[in-house]
Ligand binder design. Structure first.
Ligand SMILES: Nc1nc2c(ncn2[C@@H]2O[C@H](COP(=O)(O)OP(=O)(O)O)[C@@H](O)[C@H]2O)c(=O)[nH]1
Ligand SMILES: Nc1ncnc2c1ncn2[C@@H]1O[C@H](COP(=O)(O)OP(=O)(O)O)[C@@H](O)[C@H]1O
Length: 191
């Protein structure tokens, strides 16, 4: 049986993880992006079951109690977690599975999937990170403050990761990601 790979994609809120991933998935539709469950309310334009599974705190706590999550963490006042079954199935099918998660979740996955690849996306500077979060224009002042505070702690842990990529020039960051992902197995063998 072919075995796929698990790739963890982390980095502070607003660094551009989602934008980089969307671009990578457009170019490489064979990558499988895990859809997380969260108690955060949807942002305008976010679709349940596509961007996240938006669930109540009660539902999330049941998922935790029943062992349905591969990892989970609290971030800026909300729970986030990775549904276990779809990830395990996709890996068993030989796919490259990408988890876009925060630091605590990445640490949990490092224990359960030590063979996974862990990538950390860095901003060119803290000022630019704040500019990007504000430019996105989707978070309240309080949510922005919580994200910036958390960003400092996350950036301080960047050395724990297998690979650090600075998302300054977007195309260069994409090229660095492609080199990291597809150097492992030639693109033709990814399903
Ligand atoms: N541990 C964990 N973190 C997650 C999961 N899904 C998303 N996150 C992280 O939660 C943080 C907040 O995500 P979100 O509210 O979408 O805000 P954004 O990153 O600023 O767009 C980000 O660092 C995400 O990478 C998950 O399933 N598990
Ligand atoms: N290389 C880049 N240069 C300038 N702006 C960027 C770059 N990458 C992403 N952005 C912008 O930064 C903002 C935050 O990106 P997003 O993907 O939502 O971050 P994250 O998913 O890490 O929270 C978006 O407005 C996005 O267009």
């Amino acid at each position: 049986m072919q075995t796929g790979k698990l790739i963890v994609f982390a980095g502070p809120s607003g660094v551009g993880k989602g934008t980089l991933l969307r671009s990578l998935l457009d170019k490489h539709p064979d990558l499988y992006l895990s859809i997380s469950a969260t108690t955060r309310p949807p942002r305008p334009g976010e679709i349940n079951g596509h961007h996240y599974y938006f669930v109540s705190r009660d539902r999330f706590e049941t998922m935790v109690a029943e062992g349905q999550l591969l990892e989970w963490a609290e971030f800026a006042g909300n729970y986030y977690g990775t549904p276990r079954q779809p990830v395990e199935r996709a890996i068993a099918e030989g796919k490259f599975v990408v988890l876009e998660i925060e630091l605590e979740g990445a640490r949990q996955v490092r224990k359960t999937f030590p063979e996974g690849m862990q990538i950390f996306i860095l901003p060119p500077s803290e000022e630019e990170l704040e500019r990007r979060i504000r430019a996105r224009g989707q978070d309240s002042e309080a949510a922005i403050a919580r994200r910036l505070q958390r960003a400092k702690a996350e950036i301080a842990a960047a050395d724990e990761f297998d690979l650090k990529i600075i998302n300054d020039d977007f195309d260069r960051a994409i090229a660095a990601l492609e080199a990291a992902l597809f150097a492992v197995v030639p693109a033709g063998r990814v399903q």
